[in-house]
Design a protein around this ligand. Structure first.
Ligand SMILES: Nc1nc2c(c(=O)[nH]1)N[C@H]1C(S)=C(S)[C@@H](COP(=O)(O)O)O[C@H]1N2
Ligand SMILES: [Mo]
Length: 325
C-alpha cells in the first residue's frame, strides 16, 4: 500500500496526531498502554472517541482497489459526519453516537430471496471472511469529499455466503431502528426528521452489490468503526453519493423488485435510486461539477463515478445516466 507523504514542512505541530502515526506504521497502535489512556478519557470529556480508545483490527490485508491519495485526517473523518439518526448537524453524530450506540451485541438478519437466511451474531457473520483495508474516496451529494482508509470485508463475500436465489435482483439494507438510541427516530410533529420513514434504508442492484468495489466496513484507520461512522458495520459504495453508504446495518434483504430507499422516497426529484456520482447531472439546487476535499482550500473537479469509471461504467452500459441517476 502506498500512502502519499507530505513534505515535513507541511506538517504542523497540531498534526502530530494518531493518524500521522498511523500513516507511518499502520500496525503500531496495539499497545495496551495507549488503549488504557483512551479509556480514562472516556465519555463526558471526549465526544469523538480518540482512535486509541478503539480496538485495533489485526491482520488487515492490503487491497489493489485502494487509492494512494492523501488520507483525510482521523479527526475530520470522525467529527464531520452525516448520520441523521443523531441529528442533522455535522457534529451531532460525534457528540451523541459514541455515548449511545452499543457495538455489541449486534445481530444481522439475512432475509428474503436467499437460501441462507437467518439471524447472525455479527462476529459469526464476519468469521472466516478476509478483513481488508480499502482506501476509498467518499463523495457526499453536498459537494464535499474525503479519502478514508476503511477496514472490512467485500460485500460479494457476504452475498455469496447468503446464497441468494435466482429471484434476488436487488439487495436492501436497513439501519438499526431504536428510538432510545437514535433520538431522531423519536422525533414527532412537523420537523424534517419526523418526516423520515425510519429506519434508514438503502439498496443496490445485485450486479452492483457483488461488484468487487462494494464493501462492508467494520472499521477505519485500522481500528474498529467509530459509532458516528456507522458502527459496527456499514456499507461503502465509493462510486455513488455518500448517502448510499448506509450505516449501522441490521438487515440485508434480497428481493426481486427495486427497493424503496430513504432519500429517493423523501425527495424523489433530487435523489435517484442509482445516485452514481456524476459531475454532469446537477442537484436541483446546486452544481455537482466540483467538490471540496475536506482539509483542502481549493475546490477540485468531481470525476465521473467518483473516479471509479474504469471499474464500474460497464454496469450501466445502455442506461441513460442523466435520467437514471
Ligand atoms: N443510517 C444512515 N446512514 C447514512 C447516513 C444517515 O444519515 N443515516 N448518511 C449518509 C450520508 S449523506 C453520507 S455522506 C455518509 C457519511 O459517512 P461518514 O459520516 O462516515 O463520512 O453516510 C451515509 N449513511
Ligand atoms: Mo451525504
Amino acid at each position: 500500500m502506498l500512502i502519499k507523504k507530505r513534505r515535513p514542512s507541511d506538517v504542523l505541530p497540531s498534526e502530530i496526531t494518531p493518524e500521522s502515526i498511523y500513516r507511518d506504521r499502520r500496525r503500531f497502535l496495539k499497545t495496551s498502554a495507549l488503549a488504557a489512556a483512551g479509556t480514562i478519557l472516556a465519555p463526558d470529556f471526549v465526544t469523538a472517541k480518540p482512535m486509541e480508545a478503539l480496538e485495533s483490527l489485526d491482520g488487515l490485508a492490503d487491497s489493489a482497489f485502494s487509492t494512494d491519495e492523501t488520507l483525510t485526517g482521523y479527526e475530520e473523518i470522525t467529527t464531520y459526519n452525516n448520520f441523521y439518526e443523531f441529528g442533522t448537524g455535522k457534529e451531532d453524530p460525534s457528540s451523541l453516537a459514541p455515548k449511545r450506540l452499543e457495538h455489541r451485541p449486534w445481530t444481522i438478519t439475512i432475509s428474503g430471496e436467499a437460501d441462507n437466511t437467518g439471524e447472525f451474531e455479527i462476529d459469526d457473520f464476519l468469521s472466516g471472511l478476509t478483513l481488508e483495508e480499502r482506501i476509498y474516496r467518499l463523495r457526499c451529494v453536498e459537494a464535499w469529499s474525503m479519502v478514508i482508509p476503511w477496514a472490512g470485508v467485500s460485500l460479494a463475500s457476504v452475498i455469496k455466503r447468503a446464497a441468494p436465489t435466482s429471484k434476488a435482483k436487488y439487495v436492501r439494507f436497513d439501519t438499526l431502528y431504536d428510538p432510545q438510541v437514535m433520538p431522531a427516530q423519536a422525533a414527532r410533529g412537523f420537523s424534517f426528521l419526523a418526516s423520515i420513514d425510519w429506519p434508514y434504508r438503502e439498496g443496490l442492484r445485485m450486479d452492483e452489490a457483488v461488484h468487487p468495489l462494494s464493501f462492508l466496513a467494520t472499521g477505519l484507520y485500522g481500528k474498529e468503526m467509530p459509532s458516528q461512522n456507522g458502527a459496527p458495520i456499514r456499507l461503502v459504495v465509493p462510486w455513488k453519493y455518500g448517502f448510499k453508504s448506509i450505516k449501522s446495518i441490521v438487515r440485508i434483504h434480497f428481493q426481486e423488485t427495486q427497493p424503496e430507499t430513504t432519500w429517493a422516497q423523501l425527495a424523489p426529484s433530487e435523489y435517484g435510486f442509482y445516485a452514481n456520482v456524476n459531475p454532469e447531472v446537477n442537484h436541483p439546487r446546486w452544481s455537482q461539477a466540483e467538490e471540496r476535499r475536506i482539509g483542502e482550500l481549493f475546490k477540485r473537479d468531481t470525476l465521473m463515478f467518483n473516479g471509479y469509471a474504469d471499474e464500474v461504467a460497464p454496469l450501466y452500459a445502455g442506461m441513460d445516466l442523466r435520467a437514471q441517476y
